[in-house]
Design a protein around this ligand. Structure first.
Ligand code: TA6
Length: 248
């Protein structure tokens, strides 16, 4: 059963990001003067460090990496090494991410986010917990900052919000088959909520005009305050997605 969605109009030419799944946003979230929006990681060629392998526990593990190369350095002149370890368990998907600065003298700052497209039967019936009281940048209102006063966030219009310092756990209700999706995140202090709604769906060439009711992006990341990596240091973060069969 698929809990992530991919647009019927997604393009798989390797030149632009795939409209769906879990795009990896790095080193930049949003518009970027040096390269494509949301950075290069989601369109770069990653290396398979470890092919998917079933562990004695029954979990399936795969490891991917991305290092600086001519493509990345044409936009961002820093050395880096990204390691992305995925563990698939029954009803759970674990993401363990590390970014290392191998330079001996250069410090760099970056942002990182998992731009997850969740599939839902009707986004208007979803409730998302974990943002109550948080400040958020509202990109639908010229980037003004507000405080979330609702216990749960609902989506009934164009929504594009960068919530800061959110709870470590979010629950999204009414995902596929009426189940709940639990998101647990570590060292990813921010959460972006996005749905283009009708007015912006039709402006996205690789997104169907009628697809907005069946998706919501709930994106764990570190975007409000950049990650600053001194020479020889690393940043680690993780996310666990869990389909909740019992209604918690
Ligand atoms: O994460 C929300 C957002 O930044 C929106 O502003 C919208 O641009 C969305 O990402 C999709 O961006 P993309 O570059 O994939 O079209």
């Amino acid at each position: 059963m698929h809990f992530f969605c991919c647009s019927k109009q997604a393009v798989f030419d390797g030149k632009r990001a795939i409209r769906g799944g879990i795009p990896f946003v790095f080193p930049q979230f949003g518009q970027w003067a040096f390269g494509p929006q949301h950075g290069f990681a989601r369109i770069a060629r990653w290396h398979v460090e470890k092919m998917p392998e079933r562990l004695p526990s029954g979990d399936v593990e795969a490891v991917f990496s991305l290092m600086d190369d001519d493509f990345t350095r044409s936009m961002w002149h820093f050395q880096f090494r990204l390691t992305y370890r995925l563990i698939l368990r029954e009803k759970e998907l674990h993401f363990n991410i590390g970014v290392y600065n191998p330079s001996k003298e250069l410090t760099f700052s970056c942002q990182m986010l998992l731009h997850t497209y969740f599939k839902v039967p009707d986004v208007r019936r979803c409730q998302i917990t974990g943002m109550h009281g948080c400040m958020f940048i509202d990109k639908t209102r010229e980037g003004a900052v507000y405080q979330e006063t609702r216990e749960v966030v609902t989506i009934n219009e164009w929504t594009d919000r960068i919530y800061q310092n959110t709870m470590q756990e979010h629950i999204i209700t009414n995902v596929v088959s009426g189940r709940k999706m639990r998101i647990q995140k570590y060292n990813f202090p921010d959460t972006v909520i996005w749905n283009p709604w009708a007015e912006y769906a039709k402006e996205i060439p690789d997104f169907g005009d009628d697809e907005f009711p069946n998706m919501v992006c709930v994106e764990a990341g570190r975007v409000a305050a950049p990650i600053v990596l001194l020479p020889g240091t690393a940043f680690e973060a993780s996310q666990i997605l869990q389909v909740c069969v019992i209604f918690i």
